[in-house]
Each structure stands twice: as C-alpha cells, then as structure tokens.
Design a protein around this ligand. Structure first.
Ligand code: CU
Length: 78
C-alpha cells in the first residue's frame, strides 16, 4: 500500500556488496537515520532497498549513506 501523498515518493535502490544479515542491518540502520526516509526495507535476496522519501532530494543522502557503509549503489529507481 503506497501512500499517495503529494511529495512522498517510493524508491528502490539496488545495492552491491551485501552478504549477510549484518550487512542488511547496517544498510537499514543508515537509511533509517536519515530524517524524511521512512518505511525502510532491505532485501538480501533482491540486493535492494526500498524506502519512502519525504522529498526527492533525499535520494542523494540515502545513496551517500549506503556508500558510506561500504556498499555499492548499483542503480536507483523511483
Ligand atoms: Cu554481512
């Protein structure tokens, strides 16, 4: 159920370099620490993160946080 509120957007980011639940936790924690990023979900099977962004500009912060954790951002879609 995606919220259809005006400025909120759901994004999916493909991530490289995750190997275990610890990696997933690291990515989730980093993503959840960003204000305006909500409904964070990370799948090891899909190597992907989905989240709701309060505004599109948060995508850069989110990909930056993932890279700061040592993972690769392969592509993003929104
Ligand atoms: Cu790991």
């Amino acid at each position: 159920m995606g919220g259809e509120r005006n400025s909120t957007m759901t994004t999916t980011i493909k991530i490289g370099g995750m190997h275990c639940g610890g990696c997933v936790s690291s990515v989730e924690k980093a993503a959840r620490a960003i204000e305006g990023v909500s409904n964070v979900s990370v799948s090891l099977d899909d190597n992907a993160l989905t989240a709701d962004l309060a505004k599109p500009e948060l995508l850069d912060a989110l990909t930056g946080a993932i890279e700061d954790c040592g993972f690769d951002v392969l592509n993003t879609s929104a």
